[in-house]
Design a protein around this ligand. Structure first.
Ligand code: 5GP
Length: 119
């Protein structure tokens, strides 16, 4: 399995603006934000995507959503609302093959989905 940039971020080999960390989860600001708040929440364990998720990963994936909820509360975007986005595979637009939840907020977000070609 090819190493991703996120594993280097987990190991602190490359810098990231980390907003939350525990034994299972890391959350950091997206380097190319598409919303005023754009945070990536990842498991420290390598899970390639939701398509590759195993039954035993259910707890850590559930925890990713609790972390997203807590960060949204801390950043005061919870009341107005936000978007959680998970891309799955090439057809879903996933670029980094390490599971991540995008936490997007701080603005009124549209529902745009941009097809870019055949799968
Ligand atoms: P995907 O398209 O796979 O759902 O999203 C990958 C996200 O990772 C993109 O939004 C991209 O901007 C972000 N990203 C890629 N490389 C880095 C990096 O080195 N640091 C940070 N903070 N974000 C990254």
């Amino acid at each position: 399995m090819e190493e991703t940039i996120f594993q280097k971020i987990i190991r602190k080999e490359i810098p990231a603006d980390i907003v939350y960390e525990d034994t299972d989860i890391l959350a950091f600001k997206d380097v190319r934000p598409i919303a005023p708040v754009h945070i990536l929440i990842i498991p420290k364990k390598r899970i390639t995507s939701i398509a590759e998720m195993k039954d035993e990963d259910a707890a850590v994936v559930g925890k990713m959503f609790l972390v997203a909820r807590n960060i949204a509360r801390d950043l005061n975007i919870s009341e107005k609302g936000y978007k959680l986005l998970i891309r799955v595979g090439k057809g879903g637009g996933q670029e980094v093959n390490h599971l991540h939840v995008h936490l997007l907020g701080g603005a009124r977000l549209t529902e745009n989905i941009h097809p870019v070609g055949e799968e």
